[in-house]
Design a protein around this ligand. Structure first.
Ligand code: NAD
Length: 503
């Protein structure tokens, strides 16, 4: 059986004799093991960090325009190979092929943004800050940086991280999810083909062993993490305790609030796509809908039930499928247990996806679309992230009650409001305690030249992903104050024993 190897210093091979643990990689549509992935040992991690440390200075010394050219070429190569990348991604993740293309495209947008690094990495300059004195700042790379990524966007999230890290002159080690490791290795191959020097980008597969080794390694300067909140918080704590710069994005439970004046045709289409697309395995999915007023709730429920009846669940390469299987048998069991919990807690199960099977693919990890109504905030199935095709209706009497629900939830990644009322929308934007807000936009993932990040337990650390925030995250500022001897005599002489001022 094929083994997905690390991509280490320019080649795909395991490095140390102790790196012999393997983990199965499934095809979620069939439930079969498609290949295996090698899990790194502490020694493998140390070897990758050493190679990165050796390669980084020459890469950082290359002028930014030449670094940008490598990214341009990389973008070009991804575009050339997007069909095969999407097929590969879909076969390991389970999302449909068109959805997999979107996964790659949203990452490509960030690569494209980072091609502007000669401009983005420029510092600031003040001529004549004092007599004969000029001040300027520059943005230096950090050195060896690391990305640790989740299973649900195996192209987009690695690209969010590697593009700004490499553009700004860092070496980068990616530790992708062990559940869908193949696309990250293809990205490494395409970076090499684009002209990236060996060792500047490496892929190290693994689990907690490799994550902890990366967090503890003194030569790793920064770690960008995306995954579930408990692990994000642990990564943040361990990494910052070791003196590293850490950004750690966590889980989510995004609310979609529907006011009585909303365009119901559009809102229902949007909610169905955002709740069930990618089998709900998106941190910007919309698993909670909050209709305001009983009439809105009844109308919305009626339309959602009708819409769900038309959804098509299929294998990931079924071109007509709306969504495919979930990623693993273990994850399927977790989703089903949350549906059981919702029933036990007293929520009304309107559409039950627990017994869904796809003929001919009985061992695939499928869960049918599921709808709950009359979900209450105290229920565990509401408080936790389910990360599956399960939509929960929580009824509210007024907009302020709906805003409070989203604001008081432990997660604060995304939120959406469906309305035609500009005043209500403005109040919502001002008061809701959530990082990414949509107005009649169900999945408000910001474009590549803004930035991505949630609030509360959806993100630990200070900087968002991508946009100019990412250029700041992957660089450190040096500020230079300089004075040159000048024949005109503008420079004062003699010692100063008080703190210098420009006054
Ligand atoms: P996960 O937390 O299980 O895994 C994320 C990464 O951490 C993987 O690389 C994994 O190998 C590693 N890991 C797993 N267990 C670990 C441990 N005990 N110690 C150290 N590292 C460990 O997440 P997942 O299931 O792959 O992805 C889904 C989660 O990611 C969801 O909670 C989702 O909301 C979240 N997510 C968040 C965002 C965001 O930007 N906020 C984006 C996508 C996904």
């Amino acid at each position: 059986m094929t083994i997905v190897e690390h991509y280490f210093a320019g080649s795909a091979r395991a490095r140390t004799p102790d790196g012999d643990r393997l983990s199965p990689v499934y095809n979620p549509s069939t439930g079969e093991v498609a290949r295996q992935v090698r899990l790194a040992s502490v020694g493998d991690v140390a070897a990758a960090v050493a190679a990165a440390k050796e390669a980084q200075p020459a890469w950082a010394a290359m002028n930014p325009q030449r670094r940008a050219r490598v990214l341009f070429k990389f973008k070009d190569l991804i575009e050339q190979h997007i069909d095969s990348l999407a097929e590969l991604l879909s076969s390991e993740h389970g999302k449909t092929v068109p959805d997999a293309r979107g996964d790659i495209q949203r990452g490509l947008d960030v690569v494209e943004f980072c091609c502007a690094v000669p401009h983005l990495q420029k510092g600031e300059y003040t001529h004549g800050a004092g007599p004969g004195i000029d001040v300027y700042s520059l943005r230096a790379p950090l050195g060896v940086c690391v990305g640790i990524t989740p299973f649900n966007f195996p192209a987009m999230i690695p690209l969010w991280m590697l593009a700004p890290a490499l553009a700004t002159g860092n070496a980068f080690i990616l530790k992708p999810s062990e559940r869908d490791p193949s696309v990250p290795v293809r990205l490494a191959e395409l970076l090499a083909e684009a002209g990236l020097p060996d060792g500047v980008f490496q892929v190290v597969h693994g689990d907690k062993v490799s994550v902890d080794a990366l967090l503890d390694h003194p030569d790793v300067k920064a770690v960008s993490f995306v995954g579930s909140s408990d692990i994000a918080q642990a990564v943040y704590a361990r990494g910052t305790a070791n003196g590293k710069r850490i950004q750690a994005m966590g889980g989510a439970k995004n609310h979609g609030i529907v006011l009585p004046d909303a365009d119901f045709d559009q809102a229902v289409e949007d909610i169905l796509g955002a709740a069930y697309g990618s089998a709900g395995e998106r941190c910007m999915a919309l698993p909670v809908v909050v209709p305001v007023g009983e009439a809105t709730a009844e109308e919305l429920r009626r339309r959602l039930v009708a819409g769900i009846a038309k959804l098509r669940v299929g294998v990931s390469n079924d071109r007509d499928a709306d969504f495919g299987p979930v990623v693993s048998a273990q994850h399927k069991a977790k989703i089903l247990s949350y549906i059981d919990a919702g029933v036990e807690e007293g929520a009304e199960l309107v559409v039950d996806g627990r017994n869904f099977t796809l003929q001919g693919h009985e061992n695939g990890f499928f869960v049918g679309p599921t709808l709950f109504d009359r979900v209450k905030p105290k229920m565990r199935s509401y408080q936790d992230e389910i990360f599956g095709p399960v939509l929960q209706i929580v009824r509210a009497a007024a907009l302020d009650e709906a805003i409070a629900l989203a604001s008081q939830h432990q997660y604060g990644n995304g939120v959406a409001l469906f309305t035609r009322d500009g005043g209500a929308a403005r109040r919502f934007v001002e008061t809701v305690e959530v990082g990414m807000v949509g107005i009649n936009v169900p999945i408000p993932v910001p474009v590549a030249y803004h930035s991505f990040g949630g609030w509360k337990r959806s993100a630990f650390g200070d900087h968002n992903q991508y946009g100019t925030e990412s250029i700041r995250f992957f660089t450190k500022t040096k500020v230079v104050t300089q004075r040159w001897p000048d024949a005109g005599g503008a420079v004062a002489s003699g010692s100063a024993f008080v703190i210098p001022t420009m006054a």
